[in-house]
Design a protein around this ligand. Structure first.
Ligand SMILES: NC(=O)c1ccc[n+]([C@@H]2O[C@H](COP(=O)([O-])OP(=O)(O)OC[C@H]3O[C@@H](n4cnc5c(N)ncnc54)[C@H](O)[C@@H]3O)[C@@H](O)[C@H]2O)c1
Length: 385
């Protein structure tokens, strides 16, 4: 399969896939018999994997895990035991797994600074790849993975899917469809936040780049989606760490504003150490005719014509995960004729937005929190289309 990759094509493919709401049923393609399962290799068996494995087991009957791999033997053994239904072989080196197993797709659930390091060889070996968000922690690694994912799709028809699960969340799909169909008129402002009572301040930022890069990609992804997958032109940000003052540990409080070329602003707060009452996810898109609260699944019209657009998420922040896993397997089973909703282009934009924000809140030379304006061009990415 040789498919040419353009921004328009990605957006079109995402829009087509966005109509999928019943993602778990097995449409069966030529060459993939109905009774045959999609064979998966699983790399990285840490914290996030335990939840993903449970969802895969419960919600995706078409998947079979044939190999599990982690650098830490106990984690690999634990994953093997979890998958006793599928009786996978265990590996400490994923390249050995590729030599021994017949695999259709690979799950890459490693730490952020290991995403490109693992996902690139997966794509180069000719497998479809699901990797957790964000793409990686810095621009060169994101660029390298972007180039590899585009090449894999263009030359081998193998796709890269990123785990920003809201792109498969039924309420978000419905809200976004309405926004893109003009429910709000022109989008004018977006507000977001992720607010926590827990304490991330002791988390070193050397591998994940800081909590903003680790987490905010979910929300930069949603707002870039509202803007039809166009990247912002600049951002400004301020942050602090209430305990250890240096950015070598994660920021505990930050405020970031992104701006698009048409002037639209996205204001985002990422806060920790709050009273539990304030644990919340905030995602609202404002426009000429009203507002859509994506977390509540509601439209608030200026004309008082309010309406429900879908089930509210509240604090069910993992919604969309079973659907994204089911879609990964379904896409493989149906011969990968489309890119996933959350693909290399959407993943690249949301990841680079997070890196851009961190650059704007931190003066890397002085290793202090210091605000500045950072433009998309300042990222120096080699992968802009
Ligand atoms: N989508 C979500 O809601 C969500 C939630 C939590 C975490 N995450 C993401 O999930 C990813 C993993 O986070 P985590 O908390 O599970 O990390 P973790 O450190 O608990 O687990 C990562 C595992 O990957 C293994 N690993 C690293 N390199 C490897 C290699 N070359 N071969 C085999 N195994 C390797 C490590 O040994 C480790 O066990 C991160 O990208 C994180 O941002 C996503």
């Amino acid at each position: 399969m040789a498919l040419k990759l353009t921004r328009r094509q990605f957006v079109r493919s995402s829009a087509a896939a966005a109509t999928i709401t019943a993602l778990s049923s097995g449409g069966v393609a030529r060459g993939f018999p109905a009774n045959e399962k999609v064979q998966l290799g699983w790399i990285g068996c840490g914290g996030r994997s335990s939840g993903l494995m449970q969802h895969m087991m419960n919600s995706v009957p078409d998947a079979k895990v044939v190999g599990v791999c982690d650098l830490i033997p106990e984690r690999m053994e634990k994953a093997k035991a979890f998958w006793k239904r599928d009786n996978p072989n265990g590996y400490l080196d994923f390249r050995k797994m590729f030599e021994k197993e017949k695999i259709d797709g690979v799950m890459c659930i490693t730490q952020i600074c290991k995403h490109a390091e693992v996902a690139i060889p997966v794509l180069e070996a000719g497998y479809h790849c699901f990797a957790e968000k964000p793409m990686d922690k810095d621009v060169p690694a994101c660029d390298a993975l972007t180039h590899a994912a585009r090449k894999a799709w263009k030359e081998k028809g193998k796709f890269y899917q990123i785990g920003t699960q809201r792109r498969c969340h039924p309420t978000y799909l419905k809200c976004m469809k309405e926004i893109h169909n003009g429910l709000l008129g022109k989008v004018t402002f977006m507000q977001g936040g992720w607010h926590w009572s827990s304490d991330p301040s002791e988390a070193p930022s050397d591998c994940d780049g800081g909590r903003f890069i680790e987490q905010a990609s979910h929300h930069t992804d949603v707002m870039a989606w509202a803007m039809k997958d166009i990247a912002p032109v600049r951002c400004v940000a301020m942050a602090s760490n209430q305990k250890d003052k240096t950015p070598s540990f994660s920021e505990t409080h930050s405020s970031t504003t992104f701006q698009w070329a048409d002037g639209t602003l996205f204001s985002y707060t990422h806060l920790w150490l709050l009273p539990g009452k304030y644990d919340a996810e905030v995602l609202t898109v404002f426009g000429e005719k009203g507002a859509v609260d994506l977390n509540a699944g509601k439209y608030w019209g200026r004309d008082e014509k309010n309406k429900d657009l879908g089930e509210a998420s509240g604090k069910a922040w993992d919604r969309g995960t079973p659907e994204e896993l089911a879609d990964f397997v379904l896409n493989i089973k149906t011969d990968a004729k489309r890119l996933p909703n959350a693909n290399v282009e959407t993943g690249r934009v949301c990841s680079l937005m997070c890196i851009m924000a961190r650059m704007a809140m931190v003066n890397a030379k002085k290793n202090v929190y210091e605000p500045s304006v950072v433009t998309w061009k300042d990222l120096g990415s080699t992968a802009d289309l």
